[in-house]
Design a protein around this ligand. Sequence first.
Ligand code: HEC
Length: 284
Amino acid sequence: MAEVVAAPPVAPATRSWRWLAAPFLAFALVSLTAGLLARHQPRSKGYFRLFFSDPAHLKAGFATAAVALGCFQLFSAAWIFRKLPWRKPAWINPAHRWSGRLAFVCTLPVAYHCIFKLGFRSADTRVLVHSLLGCGVYGAYASKVTIVRLHRFPKPVLPVAGGLLFAVLVGVWYSSAVWLYGHDSNPAAAAYSSSGYAPAIPAGASPTRGAKVFAQSGCSTCHTLKAAGAGGQIGPNLDVLRPTFAKVQAQVAKGGGGMPAYGDKLSAAEIRDLAAFVASRAGG
Ligand code: HEC
């Protein structure tokens, strides 16, 4: 017993499987922290988009870069462990390390928006899966780093951890960026909202009629929306929030959080048109 605990620096023996508790703990703690930090309603301020069209495309772009680097990670790891037919060059270890660091950096603008702005969402299965996997990414990363730093785990541990990290990353990317790009190329869903949870606006809805409803209902007292010439400051800025059709529809019908309900003042068709107007024009 004493040897196992005290000897590691001298005797480079393989660790016992019990040491797996360390990476598991790292995974659980980090994933849970990400989930807890993300426990809030979507925030209205602090989004950025750099050279992308909106924050959703920024997220998708960086996530795609991270996955591309992840593919290189997998490839260079296979080379390092001599699973490829070619001789192992000297630059492959640093290339592996640096592509890993770069991939991590690429995830940061994504995580910033997901964790601190949009928060953990469960509007539908895709979003829930995306939220859960999103929390898991840094957990998987932490456990892989733990394994690398502690050294001498049984042989299959590192490749399995690396593979799991890659799988989680691909899952997050698939449930967001791939979905978004598919959505972009679908003209029926052109009115995509930056929060990423937008189902298409129903075909019968008229944003033009919705603009009138917006003007007549006093929304501009509380909300900013450039397309309507509204500059209210009490509620969230709709150009920044870019709420989905479903969200506007629900919020207008039910109110809440300081906003009056319009369910009994407006007809279902008026609310539908209003939601189509806000969802398609906000942020534009
Ligand atoms: C008296 C002020 C007031 C008026 C009038 C008002 N809102 Fe709001 N609205 C708010 C506040 C405050 C919130 C934030 C609610 C929250 O954080 O839960 C909000 C939230 C929203 C949201 C975001 C919901 C979400 O889940 O993030 C939308 C969309 C919205 N309002 C649309 C409208 C529309 C459309 C109208 C006109 C029919 C309108 N509001 C009228 C105050 C108002």
